[in-house]
Design a protein around this ligand. Structure first.
Ligand code: SAM
Ligand code: SF4
Length: 334
């Protein structure tokens, strides 16, 4: 990518913002227990969602300030109408942009080729179990077969390597650690276990059900020899390990037990146009008002720079004064 024409976004802790997560919708076709309640979600009115033109304009200014990666997420990004059109608009900004998607894969069977043709480079798929009954319990929909078909469609479309994100909860699916690792090795996917975070709408998070990353690695390591990757990017939330026999990699995202905030290079744009400088921010910056109120590109840049300057040093999950944000993961953009 050519040198960016605007100064980099550097916060008061010396971290440079390089990664933008864009939530394109708060809606979803699943209701995962660790994310949403079974019923009663209040969706944002459609008029509050940033249009694809507004999203693309914001992304262009962020890229001009040195952002190098854009990840589309939600909610479930594929339920927003004509997602490939947005991918195409973002890809046109910079064809070498690291443009990726986090999805539950339900709609990938139909959409993967169009997403690839529009310029999508990679997908991360969320999958927490290989058991149909458990999938139904966790996601509250009987759709495991569709997820697996979606993953295959993504691979066929060339959206590889596919990363699989799994959230473990003790007593729910933690007994599948090794089975999932084996499945991902055999399929050639990189599996990453994410520690369950206090970000669900229903505030049901329970630390005693969190499965720490160290335990996950011990359990996999007891079956498959693992070697730590020396080349880890410090800003990457995942710590990755190679299988010693060469059969790929596995990772853990220890957001709670081993926070990586000191190297965080991310900001998030919610579907309704609010910038959050941390998943756990209690403050949001209203870019929808600026984008719709006639702000110039320089004005948007100045607002962004001011928000980044106030980026939190880190989350406080492990502190006595921790306050869970009102909005859950699906509204923030995971
Ligand atoms: N719907 C898409 C999906 O599920 O991949 C994208 C949005 S989802 C909010 C993004 C990621 O956040 C998923 O991998 C999901 O497992 C994860 N997630 C949701 N709630 C979480 C929580 N409370 N703790 C940890 N990860 C969570
Ligand atoms: Fe939907 Fe993703 Fe949340 Fe599951 S984790 S309810 S798929 S937004």
């Amino acid at each position: 990518m050519p040198a960016h024409p605007r100064p980099a976004l550097i916060d008061t802790h010396g971290r440079t913002v390089r990664d933008l997560r864009i939530s394109v919708t708060d809606r979803c076709n699943l209701r995962c227990t660790y994310c949403m309640p079974a019923e009663g979600m209040q969706w944002l009115p459609k008029s509050d969602l940033l249009t694809y033109e507004e999203l693309t304009r914001f992304a262009r200014i962020a890229l001009e300030c040195g952002v190098q990666g854009v990840r589309l997420t939600g909610g479930e990004p594929t339920v927003r109408a004509d997602l490939p059109a947005l991918v195409g608009m973002l890809n046109a900004l910079a064809p070498d942009l690291d443009l990726s998607l986090t999805t539950n894969a339900l709609k990938l069977t139909a959409m993967a080729p169009a997403l690839r043709d529009a310029g999508l480079k990679r997908v991360n798929v969320s999958l927490d179990t290989l058991s149909r009954e458990r999938f139904h319990l966790i996601a509250r929909r009987d759709r495991l077969a569709d997820v697996l078909a979606g993953i295959d469609a993504a691979r066929l479309a060339g959206l590889a390597p596919i990363k699989i994100n799994a959230v473990l909860m003790r007593g729910v699916n933690d007994d599948e650690v090794v089975d999932m690792a084996r499945w991902a090795r055999d399929e050639g996917h990189e599996l990453r276990f994410i520690e369950w975070m206090p970000l669900d709408f229903a505030h049901t998070w329970d630390r005693s059900k969190l499965v720490p990353a160290t335990e996950i690695l011990e359990r996999i390591g007891a079956v498959f020899a693992l070697e730590s990757e020396d080349t880890d990017d410090p800003s990457s939330p995942a710590r990755t390990f190679r299988y010693a026999d060469g059969a790929g990699r596995v990772g853990v995202i220890a957001s709670v037990t081993r926070p990586f905030c000191g190297h965080c290079d991310r900001i998030r744009l919610t579907a309704d146009g609010q910038i959050r400088t941390c998943l756990f921010s209690l403050k949001e910056y209203d870019f929808r008002a600026a984008l719709r109120g006639g702000a110039s590109d320089d004005g948007i840049e100045a607002l962004l720079r001011a928000a980044v300057l106030r980026k939190e040093p880190g989350h406080l999950i492990n502190s006595a004064g921790f306050v869970q944000p009102d909005r859950g993961m699906s509204a923030i953009g995971g």
